[in-house]
Design a protein around this ligand. Sequence first.
Ligand code: HEC
Ligand code: HEC
Ligand code: HEC
Ligand code: HEC
Ligand code: HEC
Length: 340
Amino acid sequence: MNGRKLVAFGLVLSFFLMFLAGCAGGKLEKGKNGPQKVPLAERETEALDINALTAQWAESSHSNILLSPAQRDDCVLCHDGGAFAANQSEIGELDRDFNVSIDCRACHTGRGVDLMETGTVDIPSADNVKGGTGALCMSCHNSRRVGDVKDAERSAPHYSSQADVFTATGGIRAEDFNYGSTGAHAGIENSCVGCHLAETKEGFASHTFKVESVQAACGQCHQGITETNLAAGGDYDGDGDKEGLQSEVEGLLSLVAEAVKEKTGGGEISSAHGSVVITNANGEEMEEIPDEIYQAAYNYLLVSSDGSLGIHNPTYAVQLLQQSYKWLTGKDVPGADRKQ
Ligand code: HEC
Ligand code: HEC
Ligand code: HEC
Ligand code: HEC
Ligand code: HEC
């Protein structure tokens, strides 16, 4: 953290602590469903360790963010915690000349609190998504656009495509296929928060924002689970092995990338300035990207930037990639079990 950021953070933290003390009418207690008002006289359990919680946040990506996107209109809304809390999408609206990270105020004041309380959020690919407190996460972690094969700009999904995959509403779909969704994951209480802020061993909602313990995040449903790469229900990439779901999804991503390569004489999938880019073996960018290549590249970027390798929605992620392969090559993934 640089000096300026540290000062700003100190101010936010002291404000936040005053806010907590004010509304709890006593000390904040750890409760099963997050912070609860516990009258001083009834306090029995140990108070929450705010220093440990804050130290987790300070090490997280939300604290150590890339600042350049926060210096642009539109981008600032999700890349500056104060702008998010105040719902400001133009840099001219900020009352300061420096940026702040995704800090306590982003999630625990203003718009963050509203989203957690209503538990509902609109994302570009779906209105009125119910996510409990995770509606907060989805308001930033979405792909910022609706995939459409007719899009002349050949737009790419933003790097934060998680809500699109989780809700099975993003990506470019084949018209002749009925897509499903792993309903049990989509229905997890508080969605994103249920897995990413599961209670730590210190006894409070984890603020590393990572899936720290598979036992805490997955164990109540998948008994005996030891790693996120849980055995898949089928050999979805057709390599002859039934592996973990994340390995199957990695296999499918490679198959789609290979198929794009074959169709374009060595083309690689990437994105720049919000658009899909296909670069050939000589480093030249393809000028007109045909529909079937665009949809495959879009879905490839959507599933790879989601970062969970299919865990957010196993059924949807596998189907999206299997159908992309089929649209591109005219055949099903050879030797693979089709995900129903
Ligand atoms: C709807 C909220 C939202 C808006 C608006 C938004 N971003 Fe992002 N952006 C995110 C999130 C969330 C991530 C983190 C994704 C992840 O790591 O999974 C991200 C990641 C990024 C990254 C990658 C950061 C890294 O550390 O790798 C860049 C670069 C970026 N955004 C640039 C931009 C630019 C430029 C704009 C404006 C044109 C913009 N963003 C607008 C939400 C948004
Ligand atoms: C105000 C917008 C915003 C909100 C709200 C938000 N995030 Fe983020 N998140 C970001 C940005 C921006 C990044 C990327 C930071 C960077 O690398 O520059 C990020 C990064 C992350 C990362 C690390 C990704 C990586 O590739 O390392 C995780 C995990 C994450 N967020 C989870 C969550 C969860 C869970 C929630 C809800 C509790 C949430 N976020 C709420 C904007 C947001
Ligand atoms: C079923 C539990 C579960 C739910 C619910 C969930 N995630 Fe995840 N998420 C994971 C797992 C597992 C990973 C992969 C992390 C790993 O392999 O270590 C992941 C990865 C991520 C990453 C990339 C992290 C990185 O380090 O690259 C982000 C960002 C993220 N999730 C955000 C979200 C958001 C936003 C939501 C809500 C829309 C959400 N997650 C819902 C389990 C979950
Ligand atoms: C990206 C969003 C985000 C950021 C940033 C964030 N929090 Fe949280 N915080 C949450 C969510 C979500 C919960 C869980 C709310 C629930 O489900 O009840 C939570 C819960 C808490 C709790 C209650 C913990 C418990 O186990 O009862 C405290 C205290 C807290 N946060 C303090 C902070 C402080 C201090 C900071 C800054 C250092 C911070 N938070 C930053 C999202 C965030
Ligand atoms: C609320 C209960 C619940 C939680 C929490 C949960 N899951 Fe699941 N998960 C399910 C159910 C139910 C299915 C669907 C089983 C089926 O389709 O046969 C499923 C499906 C899966 C699959 C798909 C297997 C396949 O091939 O279709 C994987 C992989 C998976 N979960 C991993 C995880 C991981 C990793 C976590 C924690 C990060 C997690 N789950 C958290 C209930 C849950």
